[in-house]
Design a protein around this ligand. Sequence first.
Ligand code: NAD
Length: 520
Amino acid sequence: LNVCLICFAAMADAAAAAPIVVPQRQLFIDGNWRPPRKGAHIPVINPATEQIIGEIPGATSEDVNDAVKAAKKAFLHNKGQHWSRATGEARGKYLRAIADKVTERKLWLAELETLDCGKPIDEAVWDMEDVAACFEYYAGLAEKLDEIQYAPVELPLQNYKSNILKEPIGVVALITPWNYPLLMATWKVAPALAAGCAVILKPSELASVTCLELASIIQEVGIPPGIFNVITGFGPAAGAPLAAHEDVDKVAFTGSTKTGRSIMEMAARITKPVSLELGGKSPLIVFDDADIDTAVEWAMFGAFWTNGQICAATSRLLLQENIAEKFLKKLADWSASIKIGNPLEKGCRLGPVVSESQYTKILKYISTAQAEGASLLCGGKRPDHLKKGYFVGATVLSDVKPWMQIWKEEVFGPVLAVSTFKTEEEALHLANDSPYGLAGAVISKDADRCKRVSEGLQAGIVWINCSQPTFCQTPWGGVKRSGFGRELGEWGLENYLSVKQLTRYISNEPFGWYPPISKL
Ligand code: NAD
């Protein structure tokens, strides 16, 4: 560690809290901390106070080259015996050690996450528990990988036997967003390490602090140098050269659809596989037989959790016409009562959005929606009791029509757009009328209807009678412009494995296709 930059939880009511130190770290390449070659740094801004509380290195293509070289060398080192060709059991031990250290430092990491991206502390603690659980889970899958190596394949010919070997894909670039900084990184890092890949993680320039702390943990548990590297920096300067690098065997990306498209174009030039987890504009359909209180709470959670900055946020609410008035009254009153303020304070349920540019963008979306005819039921601005920080009150917009911008585009903030429907058919049509297809949700007491609607929703994830619960055992990913490939579960591990067939000729007889010379 170099100098430590100290920031006090500067919100007035947190004055009594202990100072929180943002460690100043360098790039993590080949098992060492190194300054970026061009010496650039990016300030870390606390979105709750708008104060600079630290800095992260700003990597460029020179640093990317160093990291890729280190990763390639580490992947091949000693014919892979230390990592890529070691047993899954051996790698699993490292993953469990990471999980233990994350658990030990859970509160510290959660506080850093909150300072860096504005996430309410109770959510950040929850995220850190999920991070540890995800490393544990993939430790288990790494061990199971040993059991399925050389799995036989049934063949129609007796002269042959085929077996399947699952091998790590190689050097992988993992490019991640800021809304769940450490958790989104973990969804990729844990399976990639479990598979035996060498990793270069490029977190978002808006929230990299906890990913650098992960590097420190990984250094402590002793994963071989070069197997895990962290390059922080801006997307075009650090992410683009990483995605385009000849020696990167795969890119796994989570972020906006626009960046995903550009990554896919770069990868296509050298025929490199990619998996893309992109944006969304997910619908929540509430039918008139739903319990109103329960449904309102899920609607709020689906739109305002993580300050509304969730790719799978159910940010389009479809209400059956005959319950709309009652529902909206409850929704507006309850949303207006959400505790918004210092995200480091326990019980806070809405913190600031991540950056000034997101704040401005969200307010613009709200004003455009109003100009287009939507009605603002609550929120729409920074609450009066907060003088600073990128806070946007929980916002509900009703009378939204399918042609409006607020219905079509991803806001990535605490903004819920509401429309109504008469029939199940109309609800499904409105829900699916989007280029996105990440998630969808339905709330109804009628199980048959829930089944029909979940089958009809064009989405990779469907929640029934809830919104947002996510488990590392279940697959995550979208259809349509929300991307392709699946993270989490066993599907997440497959992302980082290549499948090799080994086919043996086992007959004692010659093959016999070409007549032997002696018989010509
Ligand atoms: P973003 O696309 O701006 O950035 C994501 C990452 O890509 C960052 O690390 C960024 O530095 C990097 N990047 C930017 N330009 C790049 C380029 N030209 N080449 C290579 N890398 C580049 O997205 P964001 O603003 O960080 O995150 C918000 C978006 O992420 C939203 O659209 C959200 O829906 C999506 N998201 C999706 C999921 C999912 O699982 N589907 C999860 C979280 C977030």
